[in-house]
Design a protein around this ligand. Sequence first.
Ligand SMILES: NC(=O)c1ccc[n+]([C@@H]2O[C@H](COP(=O)([O-])OP(=O)(O)OC[C@H]3O[C@@H](n4cnc5c(N)ncnc54)[C@H](O)[C@@H]3O)[C@@H](O)[C@H]2O)c1
Length: 247
Amino acid sequence: MINLKGQLAIVTGGAKGIGEGICDIFCKAGAIVALWDVSDSGLATAERISKGSSSIFYQKVDVTSKENVQKAVNEIMDKYGKIDILINNAGIIRDRSFMKMEPSEWDAVINVNLNSLYTTTKAVLPHMKGAGYGRIISASSINGFSGAFGQVNYAATKAAVAGFTRALCKETGRFGVTVNAVAPGFIKSDMTDSMPEEVIKDGIAQIPVGRIGTTEDMAFVYLFLASKEAGFISGITLHANGGAMPM
Ligand SMILES: NC(=O)c1ccc[n+]([C@@H]2O[C@H](COP(=O)([O-])OP(=O)(O)OC[C@H]3O[C@@H](n4cnc5c(N)ncnc54)[C@H](O)[C@@H]3O)[C@@H](O)[C@H]2O)c1
């Protein structure tokens, strides 16, 4: 039922994992997708997805670079004249116990997971305001709420995403732009595949629905919040974690 026919969506970190799932389902729903990623593998991902559906194109964008972001937004505006949806999905981890955490590990995570939201949203929001419509959805995480050993940097950014969302929605609602976040639980991706088997087993044991989440599970949550029909939802962080942490 939900369709994004003709809408222009930017998905950051779209080359793999949850971002790839979002690109896939948005294309199937009829959107034109700008897949942003710092990795060139985004090109192959866009080619794979475009075989089965309409329009997706790769733009090499490092979301920590104001120049990269502005250039990509300008290209989209020149060609399509609008941006309906911004998905701030790109994220990294640099796990280490706090006492040993290097400044570079702190800075990298803050820059990619949090500062990038300022950069991307600042570049896109004026166009949404001009059009009187927009959907901005950013990636939080269960660990921003539960905390996690070795993830002080990561958890700080993911909690901040929820605050960013709650505050920005107060400023944008009057011009038709909703702002929400998604807090995934334990999801199968490269991020989780790199964990020891025991950690994965223990993680699944904490999930009432009895399985790890999939990128498709998450993509559908993003699709729902990105739809026109979700227009009365703004400022929330939607927790999708199989019941691991009911919020
Ligand atoms: N996988 C999980 O279990 C899980 C749980 C909670 C939250 N999340 C969040 O969901 C989002 C996606 O997670 P994932 O597991 O799919 O990650 P992933 O590592 O599989 O993919 C992340 C993508 O972001 C891209 N990226 C990294 N830095 C970038 C930058 N500077 N500019 C542009 N692109 C960049 C990477 O190249 C990669 O393609 C992240 O924000 C993550 O923190 C994931």
